[in-house]
Design a protein. Structure first.
Lengths: 204, 591
């Protein structure tokens, strides 16, 4: 969904048009932003809720104020805002503990990471890749996650982050190279640890 | 791990249970619910407001940054232009960016102020008249590539025509251009990559300084080699100069190689390069310092050489005197020995004669005996003859002992004489060699050693020269270490990126080639599969056609056979019953 498909005019949309546009957004980008929300630590259900709320907000925006400059970046911004809001609410909820502790369950369910029954090799690769991404500096990590997890183009990321597209391309290239190299190193280390552990168990 | 594979894995871990169709249905239901719940609707509107506010803030910030940049550029431009006008009024034509930017802020009006307008108008007219000149000034002044004072190119001919009558300032673009070219050449000699350097001109100075260090070391080495070849080996200048220059170029190349190698972090790799270079530096220092020290103490060395010659001559004369006296002693001993030998011979003859006379008297033999009595027996005559014999023997023994002593003295005289002769000969030879070589390096070094034994300051001077030249030789190594210690510059970063880019492009080319090969192989396999499938289809089709044809043939043959059979049957039946007729062939016939 780009500017050209809906135009830049700031006139409001009817609810039918808004529904159609939001449906289109959900079909094309719903899964991507669901992934993005999950990559920020949200559970399966929470991520789906965040995407749902963001789509509803997008619909309301279309009805109230018409289409924004770029629907995708706007939608992404809403999703990120909702993720931040989710954590803010969570923090507030922790701070406002009820008087009676029986009424409150302080152990919140951790975000579930649903992983397909992958092979050991693939699981090690995933672990190495996640560690490598975590070790990126923040600006590179933002760009990398938006490009890889949400599959946004450099131009869209540039709009979202308020940077030049060339800068985003450079960041992305650097981040990809760093992740690749670091993941290779970490994978080698993990395999070595695994082999040592296996040998130790075998001996015992 | 390939990048695409890695990213696919990263994405796949978050795919989870997202069902797009179910989410779409939920979305519709939520939208319908929204109309019925004002509170929820307000919450959603708040979200929209917050996001819109975020976007507006970001847009404002970007606009502010952009405006600041624009304003700054405009202010800079106004300053430069005002300064150009000021310079032109005072007769100074050329201006540098540093000059313009160091101008006090009060001298530069705001870009959009009323003061700035006449300046702009003036400059517009100036640009119209001197388009090329103004373009050079503004572009050079606004160039942000170099913080240094960039040379403004020489104006076009009309401007130059007007300025030719004016007094040129001390700083002149032509000399700066030459200096820039020289700096470029030096930077190139210092090992800079010119393409990268064009992007980071700040680094030009660093590479020029490295080049100067390298040239100094190489020049020193070349001079040392020329001097050594000419002075020590006696090579003519025409031969020694090219050889020395070649040696200098070799040293320059080694040093140029060492500097980037030195920036390597591995100690062993560093040492492998540095240790031989340090050995070479020490050798070159020895080579250079020795002639210089000799040259420094030339007067003292010459004096010492003369003193040494005189000492040698005196010693040779002394040896010659000793040798002569030994010769005289030897001659005297020889004379004495020959005299004693003659006396001993005579005494021996006397002993033999006395013995014979005694025997004659004892045995009474007459034959061969003179003055004998002829009577045998040990009588008085025999006793007398015995006494004579004993006296002759004692005389002979005395002479014999004297002869032995004289002989021993002669041998001793001979030995000492030959020793003296040998000493004299060797001294004469040494003196002759010294006289032949005159003031050679060895003689000079020998003299210098003797001087330094007397005066320890000479040794200090020698070591000072050696250490000085060794340190000059170590300079490239020291520069390399200094480069290792500093933080990576923009040049280093660009070079590293370029190298990585080259590696990446080479890798990409290789992967592309592999991919293309795989594609070709896959295509070939597909073509072969297609060919096989088509052959199969063709075979099936042919088989079908053949089967159909065969069916027709068999049908026709059977029909013919049936007709014939029916004809025969008809013929046989005609003979029996003329009324009955057979059924037509092919109809209701079941062969």
């Amino acid at each position: 969904m780009t500017n050209s498909s809906y135009g830049n005019a700031a006139k409001t949309c009817s609810s039918t048009t808004a529904d159609r546009m939001v449906e289109d957004l959900q079909r094309k980008y719903g899964r991507r932003f669901y992934r993005l929300a999950r990559s920020r630590g949200l559970s399966d259900v929470d991520a789906a809720d965040v995407v749902q709320t963001s789509l509803i907000s997008m619909r309301q925006r279309l009805i109230d104020k018409g289409p924004p400059g770029d629907n995708v970046t706007y939608f992404c911004r809403v999703v990120l805002n909702q993720v931040t809001q989710f954590y803010r609410d969570k923090k507030n909820a922790k701070e406002q503990l009820p008087d009676d502790p029986d009424d409150f369950d302080p152990v919140e369910p951790e975000p579930q990471r649903v992983v397909a029954p992958w092979s050991l090799e693939k699981r090690l690769m995933l672990k190495a890749a996640n560690l490598a991404v975590e070790q990126l500096s923040q600006h590179l990590r933002d760009v990398y996650e938006l490009a890889v997890i949400a599959e946004l183009s450099p131009a869209e990321i540039a709009k979202l982050l308020g940077k030049e597209p060339g800068t985003v391309r450079v960041y992305l290239s650097m981040a990809r190279r760093q992740v690749r190299e670091r993941a290779d190193e970490l994978l080698a280390e993990l395999e070595q640890q695994r082999a040592q552990k296996y040998n130790g168990e075998k001996r015992s | 791990m390939m990048g695409e594979e890695l990213e696919a894995i990263l994405r796949a871990q978050y795919d989870g249970e997202y069902d797009a169709a179910r989410e779409a249905r939920k979305l519709l239901a939520a939208a319908e619910r929204l109309a019925a719940e004002p509170a929820e609707r307000q919450r959603i509107r708040n979200i929209v407001e917050v996001v819109d506010a975020e976007i507006a803030t970001q847009t404002r910030q970007r606009a502010r940054v952009s405006n600041t940049r624009r304003a700054f550029s405009a202010t800079q431009l106004a300053r430069v232009l005002a300064f150009v006008i000021q310079r032109r009024k005072t007769g100074q034509v050329w201006v540098t960016r540093r000059d313009a930017l160091s101008m006090p802020a009060s001298a530069s009006p705001e870009p959009n102020s009323a003061e700035a307008r006449p300046i702009k108008d003036f400059i517009s007219s100036a640009i119209a008249a001197e388009a090329e000149y103004a373009q050079h000034v503004v572009s050079s002044a606004m160039s942000a590539a170099s913080p240094r004072a960039e040379a403004i190119t020489q104006p076009s001919s009309p401007a130059r025509g007007r300025t030719s009558a004016r007094r040129l300032p001390l700083w002149h673009p032509t000399s700066s251009k030459r200096a820039t070219n020289a700096a470029q050449i030096l930077a190139s000699l210092g090992g800079a990559d010119m393409d990268t350097l064009a992007r980071v001109p700040q680094e030009r100075t660093r590479f020029a300084q490295i080049a100067i260090v390298l040239l100094a070391t190489a020049g020193l080495s070349a001079a040392a080699m020329i001097y050594a070849l000419h002075e020590s080996l006696g090579m003519p200048s025409l031969a020694s100069i090219p050889l020395g220059l070649v040696f200098g170029i070799v040293i320059f190349s080694i040093d140029r190689l060492i500097i980037p190698e030195n920036s390597v972090r591995h100690l062993m790799r560093k040492l492998v390069v540095i240790i031989p270079r340090m050995g070479l530096a020490v050798l070159v220092a020895l080579l250079v310092s020795t002639p210089l020290v000799l040259h420094t103490f030339a007067a003292d060395i010459n004096t010492q050489l003369r003193t040494m010659e005189q000492e040698d001559s005196a010693r040779a004369a002394e040896l010659r005197t000793v040798s002569d006296s030994q010769q005289e002693q030897l001659a005297a001993a020889q004379t004495q020995v020959s005299t004693l030998e003659k006396q001993a011979q005579a005494e021996r003859q006397k002993v033999l004669s006395a013995l014979q006379a005694w025997n004659c008297e004892l045995y009474g033999t007459v034959t061969g005996c003179q003055d004998a009595s002829g009577l045998p027996g040990n009588g008085p005559l025999a006793h007398q003859k015995q006494q004579i014999y004993s006296a002759a023997v004692s005389g002979y023994n005395s002479i014999e002992s004297q002869l032995n002593a004289a002989d021993a003295a002669l041998r001793a005289a001979e030995a000492s004489s030959s020793q003296a002769q040998a000493q004299l000969a060797s001294e004469v030879q040494v003196n002759q060699v010294r006289l032949d070589t005159g003031s050679g390096i060895l003689n000079q070094l020998n003299a210098l050693s003797k001087i330094s034994a007397q005066y320890p300051a000479v040794d200090t001077e020698r070591w000072t020269f050696l250490i000085l030249f060794a340190l000059i030789g170590f300079l490239p190594v020291a520069v390399g270490f200094a480069l290792t210690r500093r933080s990576p510059s923009a040049y280093d970063a660009i070079t590293k990126l370029g190298e990585e880019g080259l590696i990446a492009s080479a890798r990409a080319e290789r992967e592309q080639m592999i991919h293309a090969t795989e594609q070709r192989l896959r295509l070939r396999a597909q073509i072969e599969d297609d060919m096989r499938r088509r052959e199969l289809d063709l075979g099936k089709h042919a088989n079908e056609r053949i089967a159909a044809d065969m069916t027709n043939i068999v049908d026709t043959a059977l029909r013919e056979w049936a007709n014939q059979l029916w004809a025969k049957l008809a013929a046989s039946e005609t003979g029996k019953t003329s009324t009955a007729s057979p059924s037509p062939p092919g109809e209701d016939v079941d062969p």
